[in-house]
Design a protein around this ligand. Sequence first.
Ligand code: 48F
Length: 294
Amino acid sequence: MVVVAGRDRQPAHDMVSHTMHECGPGAYNFGMSEGLDEVKITRAIFRAYASKFEQSTNLDVAVVGAGPSGLVASYYLAKQGFGVAIFERKLAPGGGMWGGGMMFNEIAMQHEALAVLEEFGIAYADAGSGLYTADSVHAASMLLARATSAGVRVFNLISVEDVMVRQERIAGLVIQWTPVGLAKLHVDPLTVSARAVIDGTGHEAEVTRVVQDKFKARLATETGRIMDERPMWAERAEKEVVENTREVYPGLWVMGMAANAVFGSCRMGPVFGGMLLSGKRAAELVAGSLGSSG
Ligand code: 48F
């Protein structure tokens, strides 16, 4: 069921004006539907989540990390009809976009990325010298809104800790609740299958690192290993992040900052054009490899 945002909500000021009375016997009913039962709420949430999760156990594409590259890649793939889910370790998806540059919450882009900004409905301003800025909170919100509206299922608070392998190809992800890892609880994880996995985990390139270290696989880099990120050089890094967006092992693609970390390129700081274009490139490559979504 799709509910138009806000329709089922009471204006905040009405709620506040009744807080004094609401818990006692004969509490004032401030226009909410009657028969609101806490256990029904519990069941509704559990069933909705179970259904969403079950639909994500055999994916076309599993994306790791809901940063800008992950959200862009997922959006373009879902728009083409592929079944896509993102697994995100943190509570809030959006990766490194919210904080702009050093917490000045604005991000910069080059003109090459404007088409992607427009596709996502992100408002931007011309800053001169071929640079454009956008409010980072607005930009992250629009990426999330458009990706989820296109059908991408975002599973926050879930960390990817391992991969599933079949016949020398990455065939899925091993996932665990983030708090289980934080509390160092001894609880076995669960697994989802995917025809393609995209590593969008940023600087750490975590999925690719698992494939290198645990699976002892030779990667499609010059050395066969993760070549590690180099220091800041925005112009070079922005160009190379799109070139480095590639299949690094059968079934595993890298994008965004993870692509530069894997292929030994530089970081770029708070310029995000390359991240958006890398996500778009990853979607093109994966869609090309998987063929028709039908
Ligand atoms: O770091 P992040 O925003 O990745 P990105 O799309 O964008 C990079 C920029 O934000 C910035 C930059 C800009 O020019 O250099 O750094 O490459 O988002 C990566 C997301 O992956 C999540 C992490 O919490 C973050 O939200 N993540 C990392 N490892 C895991 C993970 C994991 N093992 N499982 C699940 N999520």
